[in-house]
Design a protein. Structure first.
Length: 337
């Protein structure tokens, strides 16, 4: 009886905690909504004042500097010059505050306002809300040029993807949708040209699994490393195995510290066949294979990958943040074609 009472009280305790945590989240959400609406209205007031007096850019800067000093003195922190400039820009860039007020914090919005290209900004806005990124994660994805990398991964269909990404963020419906090129492992802290054994790279990725999952994208769950499969009494080992709950597919990753070779695809294809027949449950979709390599010749990769029944992809990876200007030029050339 005593044990039942204790268990009952524990259940009651957990229920009350859940109620309070949910209430606090709702209060925080409402406060955030109200704060962002207030900042938008401040930006509106500044902009309308400037329009009425036909103030130029130089005078606008002076007005905001004076406002910053006065508001900080009378209302306290939160009214720095940069914050007031952001409020003004927020109003000008987002005519309808409702599009972001219920989803993102002011810190998220300030990061987004740095991005001048409208399609790109809207992509990060949607993806941030869809993936529930922290401000730190948003900064990392912008710095790693996620938008450009996703478009480059689409190859000749990048033009068609451009508008779609800006409207909805990254949508995952097909295995191709989870692929990036290149993948960026700057979080490992490895110098760009330092030679590394595959087992050492794998160990480092495991130690930084949270960051690796973020780089892989939405829906990924870690299953295991050196996953053993046995065929005719011979053991083979898949470097890393994940499960994507959106695709409902196992994702097998093979790490290569060299360029892509013909044998790499055949090896991974064998593992995919095994998973399809021996590991998949009835509700699982066919598994997906990704070869991560240091170099990938596109023409050779096309011959290596084409004709396979399984979903096998190859992407490069880098230990440093990609040169954004190079990525943009490459992307612009692709879009022009």
């Amino acid at each position: 009886m005593k044990n039942e009472r204790i268990l009952g009280q524990q259940g009651l305790l957990e229920s009350i905690k859940d109620i309070m945590l949910d209430a606090r989240k709702q209060v925080a959400s409402q406060v955030n909504h109200t704060l962002i609406a207030a900042y938008w209205n401040i930006g509106k007031a500044i902009s309308e004042y400037e329009n009425i007096l036909q103030i130029d850019a130089v005078s606008s800067r002076q007005v905001i500097m004076e406002l910053s000093s006065q508001l900080t003195m009378e209302l306290g922190r939160g009214f720095s010059r940069s914050n007031l400039f952001n409020m003004r820009k927020f109003y000008l860039e987002y005519p309808d505050v409702q599009t972001v007020s219920g989803q993102l914090s002011w810190s998220h919005i300030c990061e987004l306002l740095i991005i001048e290209e409208p399609y790109k900004r809207r992509f990060y806005e949607k993806e941030c809300a869809n993936s529930n990124w922290s401000v730190r994660e948003l900064k990392r994805q912008i710095d790693s040029s996620l938008y450009e990398r996703l478009l480059l991964s689409k190859g000749k269909t990048a033009k068609d993807t451009l508008l779609k990404l800006s409207k909805t963020g990254q949508q995952i419906a097909e295995p191709e949708d989870i692929i990036k090129n290149p993948y960026v492992f700057e979080f490992l802290g490895i110098p760009e040209h330092k030679p590394l054994l595959e087992r050492d790279l794998e160990a480092k990725l495991i130690r930084h699994i949270e960051f690796f999952l973020l780089e892989l994208g939405r829906g990924f769950m870690f299953v295991g490393t050196q996953y053993r499969i046995t065929i005719n009494n011979t053991h083979y080992y898949v470097d890393m195995v994940f499960y994507n709950k959106i695709l409902k597919s196992y994702v097998l990753i093979e790490l290569k510290t060299t360029k892509l070779h013909i044998s790499d695809a055949g090896q991974l294809n064998t593992y995919l066949n095994y998973f399809k027949n021996e590991v998949n449950e009835k509700d699982d979709n066919p598994p997906v294979g990704i070869i991560l390599c240091t170099e990938k010749d596109e023409i050779a990769a096309e011959y290596i990958m084409s004709g396979m029944e399984n979903h096998v992809f190859a992407s490069k990876y880098t230990y440093v943040l990609p040169d954004r200007e190079v990525l943009i030029k490459t992307l612009e050339a692709l879009l022009i074609d």
